[in-house]
Write a protein that binds this ligand. Structure first.
Ligand SMILES: [Zn+2]
Length: 207
């Protein structure tokens, strides 16, 4: 009789097939606006294609603007509550750079550009992944107001906590293309997108 695995031994995260169609061929995004434009376009495509929640995030080499990784929210399709856009972008960047430490001295400085403010989970991840600059579109309040998602118990002084991080500061830039980021959140709600909160089954009834 075949031995059944008692536990899973691997987890797979994937990006949707359409992702390539949103990326520029030269892979360089010079301004912050161009970088945020990509993160928001990914969030929009994720909603339109029905491949996850209304969030996109990318990691760039801060100075050159070279794209290192792209991420979209994949919580529902991958059956994984960790698969927020920021987490996906971080995981793929670390895999590509072959290190857990994106602040490694052999790498260029890294920047995370995200269509919406990191939730409490993603705020925690920022401390350990090695990015030195976080660029944000929509605020947490926007996310909660426009979608019904909960952002979790984020500390009031989250900016200061990032800036005062031991060993290196994580700089925060907010409000880049906020309105466009909010439009995607509103579209998700209009389309009846899943609010993937544990025990929120009443919110899933239309799905
Ligand atoms: Zn998150």
């Amino acid at each position: 009789m075949m031995q059944t695995n008692l536990v899973s031994k691997s987890v797979t995260w994937t990006l949707p097939e359409w992702i390539d169609t949103e990326l520029s061929k030269n892979n360089v995004y010079t301004s912050l606006e161009e970088r945020m434009d990509l993160a928001i376009r990914l969030s929009l495509a994720n909603v339109i294609q029905n491949t996850g929640g209304p969030f996109g995030a990318c990691i760039f080499e801060r100075k050159s603007g070279t794209l290192v990784s792209a991420g979209v929210n994949r919580v529902v399709p991958t059956c994984c509550s960790l698969a927020h856009a920021e987490a996906v972008a971080i995981a793929f960047a670390q895999q590509r750079c072959n290190t857990f430490d994106l602040a490694d001295e052999n790498l260029p400085e890294m920047e995370l550009v995200t269509s919406a403010q990191p939730c409490t989970q993603c705020f925690g991840m920022l401390h350990w992944c090695g990015v030195k600059h976080v660029v944000i579109g929509a605020t947490s309040e926007d996310v909660e107001r426009h979608t019904g998602f909960e952002e979790g118990p984020l500390p009031n002084d989250w900016r200061k906590l990032l800036q005062n991080r031991p060993r290196f500061a994580i700089e925060v830039t907010e409000g880049v293309a906020r309105e466009r980021a909010c439009e995607v959140l509103m579209l998700y709600k209009e389309q009846g997108g899943v609010i993937y909160i544990p025990q929120a089954s009443e919110l899933l009834s239309g799905y």
